[in-house]
Design a protein around this ligand. Structure first.
Ligand code: HEC
Length: 129
């Protein structure tokens, strides 16, 4: 009886706490998949080549997202996290399809987290390959 109520309280606590935890902790692995399969795919085709996370420092990436000027100011980098954009490519892009229900802000945080890790002064400087 006692054990059972401990178990019940335990699962209640994890169910109620988990969304909060998931939100606090950006998922850099999901960010990596999105960056490589969505951002990089287009850069390879239209920007003259992949843009490696390690081209910028952590502070430069932070400033880049704050300014939100993409492609030399032609559009906003925010747009490329939007459901509108994901919907427009999901027929041919597996990552866009897979993450089509992820809230925009979460996806943006995930990619930012990945770029912080992969920055030239990050924990794991990353090149695109
Ligand atoms: C549909 C195509 C496309 C997608 C998707 C795309 N980009 Fe770009 N991006 C470009 C092009 C084109 C340029 C190059 C502009 C130039 O050099 O004139 C660029 C340039 C950049 C640059 C170099 C600096 C700058 O803005 O000029 C960064 C950083 C960048 N993109 C980040 C991202 C991130 C992060 C994503 C995904 C969330 C993304 N891009 C998605 C087309 C795209």
């Amino acid at each position: 009886m006692k054990m059972r109520s401990i178990l019940m309280v335990g699962s209640l606590v994890s169910v109620t706490l988990f969304p909060a935890l998931a939100q606090a902790d950006a998922d850099w692995k999901r960010g990596r998949v999105y960056y490589r399969m969505v951002c990089t795919q287009c850069h390879t085709e239209k920007a003259g080549g992949a843009i490696s996370p390690s081209v910028k420092s952590k502070a430069e990436w932070t400033a880049y997202f704050q300014a939100d000027k993409h492609a030399k100011g032609k559009d906003a980098v925010k747009f490329y996290f939007s459901s509108k954009f994901r919907d427009s490519i999901k027929a041919t892009n597996k990552a866009a399809a897979k993450f089509s229900d992820v809230p925009e802000a979460d996806l943006a945080e995930d990619v930012k987290e990945f770029l912080q890790k992969g920055a030239k002064d990050g924990d794991a400087p990353a090149r695109c390959s």
